[in-house]
Each structure stands twice: as structure tokens, then as C-alpha cells.
Write a protein of this length. Structure first.
Lengths: 435, 81
């Protein structure tokens, strides 16, 4: 075995096999044809390559004595209870493999059987290896999906909104290859204001799942990460198997910040996708979903500025209209000087007139009073024919008994005085005077 | 979060230190304040000036933006390394 393995270590993937020599009918010869070893091995190889079953075969068995030489390939023996078969798993397929072959491991292998001419052996060239016993990958995928869904890891209700304006985005992916480059390109074009934090990881092979979990946890320990993107390019179910690993799914579900999973192509859905806050169809789409469209930002900003301008203009216009209205109101409230003047003038006129009238009345009254006074004057009475009789001692005579016959009287009339003597006295009889 | 009350006294340099999204948010609040119309004309003019400053700060930030990338430890690097 040890010798074989050391020889196998030198085995490299072969170029396409030479075309199989066209089979021809064996010529009838008297003497047997003698083949060289090389020719014989080539003939065997041609037979194997022509077999459709051996070119695309599934085989189940137990891994025995795997070796991992420095070339990066893996060689082992696949056996069952009665038989064994040499198997080669080259570096590229080993990297994609879901499991790393281990001694005693039961596996299901897909590959093709070919002859290895230099050694005259045939072996199974493995292109896919998965653990046997747990059913095929699809069955395991569905079983795990049901289990984790029941555990609440995929609940719609726990999905968080991805921040609209992230400042730091953490990316878990392999820095090799197109995915990381695509994410960088999308963000450069779309929102270069963001800080990108790469937490690199293997994304395929048996070591991918724990590596992804470690890379996620490194990011979880970072402060100030707003959004995380977990990304990987497309591939077969085996290629993407790390994203169906329960440890990875649980790590995604436990993210302290919103996490976007963008694995494979549109049609690839891994269990990590279900556990994410947001599922992106591709890694580039994940980068787009994680950021605002920066190409729209100048437009958005200008629109905000225009709104500010419009608001200010409206405010100014409103103020002007207000002032106009106020001005009119003030004008209405202001005193009407002309009218006031008019009123004042009218009042003055009326005042003057009133005073004038009053003076006039006073004058008329005075005049009337003068007439009255004159009427009351004894001279006027005398003028009307009355006379005043005074006794000798000058008293006005009102009672006939105050004098006796022979007494001297002085009778005053309107234009002079008459000295007279009393003839006789008589009481009464004044009524005649008025008749 | 930018304190709106202090926005008026922030220098352009101080504004430039705030994250872009805070500047946009402050600009949005400023515009909304203007549109609400419950401030006087003088204050409206101040808000407008403030909005122009924020707009200019945002534009400058966009103009000068360059994606920065940092990388955490490489222990989980791809096996293709």
C-alpha cells in the first residue's frame, strides 16, 4: 500500500484521453499476435473509456487509508466487505467536497473509472463525495430545514430592516474570486461613502462551515457594523453545502445586526438564506440591497434644496400678503383727517352759530327786558294817564282815610305836578277806574 | 444625531465630521421645518441658509467619497491561498 501511495502521489490529472483506436476485426493469423505492455494497457483503457456506466457512476463504500500528499490531492481505497477499489480525489474536487475523506467513513461517490496506463491499474476518479447513511444531500437539506424552521430560526417575524444609510458594512466571503470584487465594484459605484470591513473565509469544502462561523463571529465582535453581507458565488448543492450547515445557519440567525445572505445564483437557496434578515439572489444584489442608490443622491439632495427654496419663497410671499392685509386693516383703522377736519370745522361752525344765536337771543332778551323795564317805570304809568298823590309829608297816598278835607296834596302826573286840596274822602270805587 | 439647536453654530469643518446620513437627516429636518411654516420670516431665512450649508456639505461628501476597505484577521482565508 505504502508503495502504491507514493507512486500515486505523482499522479496528476490527465489530459483528455487519446481517441480509442478503432476496433477492427482480429486478422486470421497462423502465429499469435504479441502485444507490447503499453499497447495492452491502452487497449484496456479504451475499453473502460467506452463504457457508458463506468464514465458516470455512483458508488457507495467505506474510505480506507486516505492520504493527503503535498500536491493537495487525496488518494484512498474504497472498499466493502468483499472488494476494494482505488480512488483519486484531486485538489479542485477536494476543495469543493462537503466532507474530507476519513478512514472508515462511509461515502457515496460520483465519478468515472479509468485505467492508469503507467501502472496498469484502474481507479475511480472522484468528482463528488458525500457522506452515506444520512441519505442524500437533498434529503438532509430538507430534514435540516424542517428542524431549524421548527426551532424558529426562519421566522418571518424576526427579520429586521436593513439600515437605509449604513456607515460600516461587514462582508463575509472569500477575498479570492469574483464575488468580493463584484461587491466592491457595486459599492464603489453605488455608495462609496460606506466603510467596508472584510472578514475573509473559505466558502467551500469541508472546512468552510466552521470558517464561516469564525468569520461571522469576528464581525460580530466589531463595533459599529451596521449591516453584514454573507456572500458566495454560485455552485452545485455540494459547493454551497457550507451554507446549509447547521452551525452556519445558527450563526447567521444569531447576528446582532441585520444580515443579508447572497449565495450563488438566483435559483440557489441555502438554509443560511432562510435565516437571514434579507435574502439576496446574488452577491452583487446583496451589496445593492445593503446600500442606498448613491447615483440618486444628488437628485434627492437637489430636491431637498428646491423644497427649501420653495418653502422660503412661500413664507416670504405669505408674509407679504399678510403685510398687505395688515396694511389695509391699518389704513382702515387710521383716523380720517379730512373728515375729522370737516367735522371739527362743522363743530366750530355750529359752535359759533350757537354762540352767535345765544348772543342774539341775549341781545333780544336785553332789548325786551329794556321794554319791560320801561313798562314797569312809574313814568310810563304816568304817561298812560295815571297820577301819584303824595301827602304834605311826601308819603304816597294809597288810603283815603289817611287824609282829611282841606289837607294839601301834591299830585304828580306825567309832565308835572299839581298842588291840590282834599274836598272829601270816600272809600272804594276803584273798580270804576279800571272799567 | 446632529443637535438641530446647535446646527447654526457648527463650522463647516465640524459639519464635515458628521456622518453623511446625519447631514442628510438634518437637511430633511431643516426642509420640513421650513415647510411647516410655523416660524417667522427671519427664522425661515436662517433655516434656509442652514439648509444650503447642509446641502453643500452633503454634495462635497459625495464628491470626495472613496470606498474604504479594512480587513479583519485572515485565519479563515480561502483554501485556495
Amino acid at each position: 500500500m505504502a508503495d502504491q501511495r507514493s507512486l500515486w502521489d505523482q499522479v496528476e490529472p490527465e489530459a483528455d484521453p487519446e481517441p480509442m483506436p478503432a476496433p477492427r476485426p482480429a486478422p486470421v493469423r497462423a502465429t499469435p499476435r504479441i502485444l507490447r505492455v503499453t499497447d495492452l494497457n491502452r487497449r484496456v483503457r479504451g475499453l473502460l473509456d467506452a463504457d457508458a456506466v463506468l464514465a458516470d457512476v455512483w458508488v457507495e463504500g467505506e474510505v480506507s487509508q486516505p492520504s493527503f500528499p503535498g500536491s493537495g490531492h487525496c488518494f484512498f481505497t474504497l472498499k466493502d466487505a468483499n472488494s476494494q477499489l482505488r480512488a483519486a480525489l484531486f485538489r479542485e474536487e477536494l476543495a469543493r467536497a462537503v466532507v474530507r475523506p476519513a478512514h472508515g467513513m462511509n461515502v457515496i461517490i460520483h465519478g468515472r473509472v479509468r485505467a492508469y496506463e503507467p501502472q496498469g491499474t484502474y481507479q475511480l476518479y472522484v468528482d463528488s463525495i458525500t457522506p452515506a447513511g444520512a441519505g442524500d444531500l437533498h434529503a438532509r437539506y430538507e430534514a435540516l430545514r424542517a428542524e431549524l424552521a421548527a426551532a424558529g430560526l426562519f421566522d418571518e417575524g424576526k427579520r429586521r430592516q436593513v439600515p437605509r444609510w449604513p456607515r460600516r458594512i461587514g462582508v463575509v466571503t472569500s477575498p479570492q474570486g469574483a464575488v468580493w470584487r463584484d461587491i466592491g465594484n457595486v459599492l464603489r459605484r453605488r455608495y462609496p461613502l460606506v466603510q467596508l470591513v472584510l472578514s475573509s473565509t473559505a466558502v467551500q469544502g469541508a472546512a468552510a462551515a466552521p470558517a464561516i462561523v469564525r468569520a461571522l463571529q469576528r464581525l460580530y465582535a466589531q463595533p459599529g457594523i451596521d449591516t453584514i453581507i454573507l456572500a458566495r458565488g454560485g455552485g452545485s448543492l455540494e459547493d454551497l453545502w457550507g451554507f446549509n450547515d447547521e452551525r452556519v445557519v445558527r450563526a447567521v440567525a444569531g447576528s446582532p445586526v441585520p444580515i443579508i445572505v447572497g449565495v450563488g445564483h438566483e435559483s440557489d437557496t441555502t438554509l443560511a438564506d432562510f435565516a437571514a434578515d434579507l435574502r439576496a439572489p446574488t452577491p452583487s444584489a446583496a451589496a445593492e440591497l445593503a446600500t442606498p442608490d448613491g447615483t440618486q443622491l444628488p437628485t434627492i439632495l437637489n430636491r431637498l434644496r428646491d423644497r427649501a427654496s420653495a418653502a422660503l419663497l412661500a413664507r416670504a410671499d405669505q408674509r407679504r400678503r399678510f403685510l398687505d392685509t395688515e396694511g389695509r386693516a391699518l389704513a382702515r383703522l387710521a383716523p380720517d383727517i379730512g373728515a375729522a377736519r370737516q367735522r371739527t370745522s362743522d363743530l366750530l361752525d355750529r359752535g359759533w352759530r350757537a354762540v352767535g344765536d345765544r348772543l342774539e337771543r341775549r341781545r333780544l332778551l336785553l332789548e325786551a327786558s329794556g321794554d319791560g323795564l320801561r313798562t314797569l317805570s312809574p313814568l310810563a304809568t304816568l304817561e298812560r294817564g295815571y297820577a301819584v298823590a303824595r301827602t304834605g309829608d311826601g308819603r304816597i297816598l294809597r288810603d283815603p282815610t289817611a287824609v282829611a278835607a282841606g289837607d294839601a296834596l301834591q299830585v304828580v302826573v306825567a309832565r308835572g305836578t299839581v298842588d291840590a286840596r282834599v274836598e272829601r274822602t270816600r272809600a272804594g270805587g276803584t273798580e270804576d277806574l279800571l272799567s | 444625531m446632529i443637535d438641530d439647536a446647535k446646527l447654526a453654530v457648527l463650522t463647516d469643518e465640524e459639519l464635515a465630521r458628521h456622518p453623511f446620513d446625519e447631514l442628510v437627516a438634518a437637511l430633511q429636518r431643516t426642509v420640513q421645518g421650513l415647510e411647516a411654516g410655523n416660524v417667522g420670516l427671519e427664522e425661515s431665512i436662517e433655516l434656509y441658509k442652514q439648509g444650503l450649508r447642509l446641502h453643500a456639505a452633503c454634495e462635497a461628501r459625495l464628491r470626495e467619497a472613496e470606498l474604504t476597505i479594512t480587513e479583519l484577521g485572515r485565519r479563515g482565508a480561502s483554501p485556495d491561498d
